[in-house]
Write a protein that binds this ligand. Structure first.
Ligand SMILES: [Zn+2]
Length: 349
């Protein structure tokens, strides 16, 4: 009699559904509770003949353990499942996701790439060089005299020479212009040379709306037989009109640089007032965008190029300067402050 009851209850316990909180609760009360079916069978143990009591008792204990094990396992599974449900049960999984915010190109990179594209169309390939330079490539090879004020500590960041450098090695510095790369290509590349060199340069300047200790340049150089100032002017005209439009005028103002002779500064029609005069162009109608000239024969000779046979022109422009004109930005510091309100205004990729 007891054996049959135990077998029937064992079958029930093995097959009972335990898949949610309600069935778990019912199982616990029905089988494991103080007034449950197992407790009821334990009560009936006293009616079992004495010689069977021990065996029946053992079967009942085993069944109780089995019921408890099933219950514990189901409860753990239910808790694990509960951990995966969202904190907010009303969350609507069919809503579209919040899109990832796309970054924008930095205005200096946009202008740099546009400038390089314009020069690439007339055959100028990019050349790059190190930001830490030696005195030769930054000054001496470019015809800066020994006592030139640009070599002064107040204009240039000098750095400790690299580890293992020979004693008495030449001074090292953060390059003050990308003309260093002009020297490097003249020293190493076969003629004719037609290169454009973008890069970051450093000057020992107090940071203000109009000056910074770090800025960017795009320089270019062309060296071949019979290159004239007319070729230089044509390249500058082409570049300015490609970048700013055919209605922009250009003028060359005589100037002086140690590494070019003759030298000129390049002015273009003020983009803000179109030449009428405004506070950006100081009411002149013109703004300066860079410098240029014919490569000084001494600079060619320093790079072991025969200045009797070859001539060339070079120019340099500030990327910040052109970006400020193009986007009408009035404070140089905005380029490096990483203010999202400023950066978000430029073209997304
Ligand atoms: Zn103006």
């Amino acid at each position: 009699m007891m054996q049959e009851l135990i077998a029937a209850l064992a079958a029930e316990i093995t097959t009972a559904e335990l898949n949610n909180a309600a069935t778990l609760d019912a199982f616990r009360i029905n089988y494991l509770g103080r007034k449950g079916r197992l407790a009821d069978l334990f009560d009936q143990l006293k009616t079992v003949p004495a010689d069977e009591k021990r065996a029946v008792g053992q079967q009942l204990n085993a069944l109780k353990q089995q019921a408890q094990a099933r219950f514990d396992e189901a409860q753990q599974a239910a808790e694990a499942a509960a951990d995966n449900t969202p904190a907010n049960p009303d969350f609507d999984y069919t809503l579209p996701p919040v899109p990832h915010a796309l970054g924008t190109r930095h205005p200096l990179m946009l202008v740099r790439e546009e400038m390089l594209r314009v020069f690439a169309r007339i055959g100028f390939a990019v050349a790059e060089g190190p930001e830490i330079e030696d005195d030769w490539h930054n000054f001496t090879a470019l015809n800066f005299p020994e006592n030139h004020p640009a070599r002064d500590m107040q204009d240039t960041f000098f750095v400790t020479p690299p580890a293992g450098a020979e004693p008495g090695t030449q001074p090292h510095l953060l390059r003050t212009h990308t003309s260093t790369v002009q020297v490097r290509v003249m020293e190493t590349e076969p003629l004719p040379i037609r290169r454009v060199m973008p890069g970051r340069v450093f000057r020992n300047e107090a940071i203000s709306a109009r000056a910074h200790m770090m800025f960017h340049q795009v320089e270019g150089i062309f060296i071949d037989e019979g290159v004239s100032f007319a070729d230089l002017k044509q390249t500058v005209y082409y570049f300015v009109q490609e970048l700013f439009g055919a209605d922009i005028n250009i003028r060359f103002r005589p100037s002086f640089f140690p590494f070019t002779e003759p030298s000129a500064e390049i002015d273009i029609t003020c983009l803000i007032c179109k030449g009428a005069g405004c506070n950006i162009c100081k009411y002149s109608g013109w703004v300066e965008i860079g410098g240029c000239g014919m490569v000084d024969p001494a600079v060619l000779e320093n790079a072991k190029i025969d200045s009797e046979k070859y001539s060339g022109y070079a120019w340099g422009m500030g990327i910040e300067r052109i970006a400020m004109l193009k986007y009408q930005i009035k404070d140089l510091r905005l380029f490096t402050e990483n203010d999202m309100r400023f950066l978000r205004q430029f073209e997304a990729l």
